[in-house]
Design a protein around this ligand. Structure first.
Ligand SMILES: C[S@@+](CC[C@H](N)C(=O)[O-])C[C@H]1O[C@@H](n2cnc3c(N)ncnc32)[C@H](O)[C@@H]1O
Length: 258
């Protein structure tokens, strides 16, 4: 779990990012992510690591009843201010504890139609456990839709290009790809622990725990966003991975297979 979001210096810097100021319209991956969101009318949605609540607001505006969960009190306070649709309930808590009912939350089995997470799972040490927890709280045929930093992007703790003497990006190296686990990275000038896993590490736990894979997308920002923020280098390496998986309905046959 990442406690850095409650650190005052980091929190202040995070507040100056384009997506903190302007929300989803400047999030490079949003058009690709949005296409994978199922019909939301009358649905129950859980957003894991909801941050400022931009996605929660979108889900609620499109007819869903939403719970936004985040480990950071400061982020939840921002969400309550910025994205306060009446059908959203914000909760402070860790997605590591979905299986521990507490005063803050208790998630009985099979209650959500969509469990969503944007750019948070790379802060989590144990992905297979999360998959099991998400499977339990999803209704049959419910969807688990999440984005993470791409395994190519997380392989080195530097998470950066190699530059020449003039500051021009030469190439983006991949190293220690199969040495999975914690990486002590830097983000917005602060030390931040993230977890690197391979593509296989994302897919296999889903297939082993009764999900079928619906989509795997490597999003790139739209040309307008690339132009606006001078993000041309975003076309040189993948930064994000989006996965959509569906909880299989268990029949005696596929129950044995799982
Ligand atoms: C990069 S921000 C993403 C916020 C939001 N999902 C978005 O896309 O704008 C990551 C968020 O994950 C939260 N977070 C990190 N570890 C968590 C955990 N174990 N449980 C719940 N939230 C967590 C942080 O507090 C932070 O708000």
């Amino acid at each position: 779990m990442s406690e850095i979001y409650d650190d005052q210096t980091f929190f202040k810097a995070y507040g100056k990012l384009p997506r903190s100021l302007d929300g989803l319209k400047v999030a490079g991956e949003w058009p690709a992510l949005k296409r994978l969101i199922p019909d939301l009318k009358g649905k129950k949605v859980l957003d894991l690591g909801c941050g400022y609540g931009w996605h929660c607001q979108y889900f609620a505006e499109n007819g869903a009843e939403v719970i936004g969960l985040d480990a950071s009190e400061k982020m939840i306070a921002q969400a309550r201010q910025k994205n306060n649709h009446q059908n959203i309930t914000y909760v402070v808590g860790s997605m590591e504890n979905l299986d521990f009912p507490s005063e803050q939350f208790d998630f009985p089995s099979e209650q959500f139609d969509l469990v969503f997470s944007s750019l948070t799972i790379h802060y989590l040490a144990d992905f297979p456990k999360l998959v099991q927890d998400v499977r339990r709280i999803l209704r049959p045929s419910g969807q688990f839709l999440f984005s993470v930093e791409h395994p190519i992007y997380t392989s080195r703790k530097e998470q950066d290009f190699i530059y020449d003497a003039n500051g021009q990006a030469l190439f983006f190296p991949v190293d220690n790809y199969f040495k999975t686990g914690a990486r002590q990275t830097h983000f917005l000038g602060s030390p931040v622990e993230k977890f690197h896993r391979t593509v296989e590490d994302f897919i296999e736990p889903l297939l082993e725990n009764g999900f079928s894979l619906r989509h795997l997308v490597e999003p790139v920002p739209t040309s307008e966003v690339i132009q606006q923020f001078h993000w041309e280098n975003e076309l040189r390496r993948p930064m994000m991975l989006i996965i959509s998986a569906e909880k299989k309905i268990m029949t005696p046959k596929n129950h044995d297979e799982n």
